[in-house]
Design a protein around this ligand. Sequence first.
Ligand SMILES: Nc1ncnc2c1ncn2[C@@H]1O[C@H](COP(=O)(O)OP(=O)(O)OP(=O)(O)O)[C@@H](O)[C@H]1O
Length: 258
Amino acid sequence: MSDAPAIEAVSLATLAGGRVLHRDLSLTVHRGEVLAVVGGSGSGKTVLLRTLSLLQPPAGGQLTVLGQDAARLDAGGLRALRRCIGILFQQGALFTGLSVLDNVCLPLAEYTGLSLADRRELGMLRLGQAGLPADAAGKFPDELSGGMIKRAALARALALDPELLFLDEPSAGLDPVTAAGLDELLGDLRDLLGLTVLMVTHDLDSIARVSDRVAFLGRGALLAVAPVAELAASQEPEIRAYFAASPRDFGKPTCRPA
Ligand SMILES: Nc1ncnc2c1ncn2[C@@H]1O[C@H](COP(=O)(O)OP(=O)(O)OP(=O)(O)O)[C@@H](O)[C@H]1O
């Protein structure tokens, strides 16, 4: 495995609806870490996720993903790199006309030459990894609870054995117990599969449970990146206001050498 960071963004600019949203954003995501991305509504968390996951091109700067400079890749190179990336979208984004197993097998059909039988076998493995029982395979999305939809979408995101997993508000709409179960699963998968995880979220409990560091977006920029306890103790007004709105104990920030 390369020693390069999972993601390296240098002076990145992002675009939303034809206008520049973030300017001069520099961020390193280390291999194997869970990085949470937070910030107020409209601060551009989803746009950043879409840019870093190569769903949309940057408006400027440099973006290196898994050691590859995105700007230097042709269509084939981009497609090969995208194969190493799994994404769980905000609402799950499952195809309602397909069974859970068929949803999970879609990326396998698109990106691999596996036979139908092999795709289905691998799809069942992914369902199990995402914590779904085997009998969920034949169900349709509208027969699933919110937590099961997230797990089915997670299984699909894991289909191609990605190195990088992007999650857009994974615990949104889930009850606290289900959300905690999903966090535990994410931690286990990170350890088991060696995943690097970038998670957009508003859920401070989830951040406390699973994140190694937190990136805070505001005013069109990245205002800070730090472990949550350090961030919660920040004196930066926007960050203070964010954490003051829902106070909780994240423990003491650890002292780090300068
Ligand atoms: N396709 C688009 N066309 C026009 N504007 C867009 C588009 N996508 C995003 N935006 C705008 O970019 C800004 C950031 O959107 P984004 O969804 O990334 O914010 P967010 O931080 O994820 O918000 P939330 O926490 O509410 O989900 C918003 O002002 C949004 O309206």
